[in-house]
Design a protein around this ligand. Sequence first.
Ligand SMILES: Nc1ncnc2c1ncn2[C@@H]1O[C@H](COP(=O)(O)OP(=O)(O)OP(=O)(O)O)[C@@H](O)[C@H]1O
Length: 337
Amino acid sequence: MSTSTSARVESAQAGSTPVLAARLRGLRKVYGQTVAVDRVDLDVPEGAVLGMLGPNGSGKTTTIRMLLGLVRPTEGEVELLGKALPDGAAAALPHVGALVEGPGFHPFLSGRENLRRAAAFEPLLATGSIKQAVEDALERVGLAAAAHRRYRGYSLGMKQRLGLAAALLVERRMIVLDEPTNGLDPAGTREVRNVIAELHHVGTTVVVSSHLLSEIEATCTHVAVLHRGTAVAQGELRDLLQAENSALVIVTPEFNQALNVLRDARISARPTMEGVRVELIGTTPPAVIEALVTAGIPVWEARLQRTGLEELFARLTEAQESDEGLSAVDTIEEGAR
Ligand SMILES: Nc1ncnc2c1ncn2[C@@H]1O[C@H](COP(=O)(O)OP(=O)(O)OP(=O)(O)O)[C@@H](O)[C@H]1O
């Protein structure tokens, strides 16, 4: 057993701090006057599917490019599969498959020929295995039928699929996907979701950026929310959602009376299309129901509602907006820091 493998096993057995597939510390990238990424600390536990979420321009792609050693940070450190970049890039990168914007495919070659070329540069792929690896990857992303066509004529979705196929040519320890569902139809989106689930099943670490909160919620174990270049939240998705307040939706024919009773009991409630929505802050479902029933309000239905990722995301990014004012871009005086 290699030193790194035994270290991973020991740590897993001790149930201590998780082994990290990637570790970013104090990461910062400044382009002229624009701070694209500002002191981001990010842990990607081994085996996690980490969703990177954030509005347009929040720094997702720049963070991913720095994670892959494609962009040199202005400040900060990147450790990928236990190797510090840039020096450890040659050792770490063959184990990392990536789909990032603008993969360099040749416009006049077919999808299959492009993939064979990409495969020829894979240090982990024996020459004799290239043909089969290419066909397997094409099949996996649903591109086998169009593999003979020139890349130039591919739709955006087909280009995305080919990029994904290139990332899947070899079994990797980590796969990084920047907006993998961009340009894909619903069937393509489902296929990407399945690929991510398969990768997770075999223990591959996945980092995936997306605007689609529902995609992240359905596929990820961990999430990092970026806003204006900073990480405003990160951790296990389940923990982040559980830490949020949940609500109780009460269905009653005495709608207005119920609101009055709750207000008198100092319980936060508001009318919604579904019923009276009670925020469970400093109160519990039995206490709410008791207050209503004691006041003679019939409770037809009481339904617990957990905060979804969409609400969490809105709250996190809106909180930042009100903290910072509504300046459109993050800029600094060059050299001020
Ligand atoms: N090469 C570059 N030169 C100058 N500015 C850049 C460069 N790359 C990114 N930026 C700026 O850095 C900020 C973050 O961009 P980035 O592409 O990382 O965000 P993103 O979250 O991936 O956005 P999107 O969701 O729109 O893809 C933006 O303001 C962007 O204009």
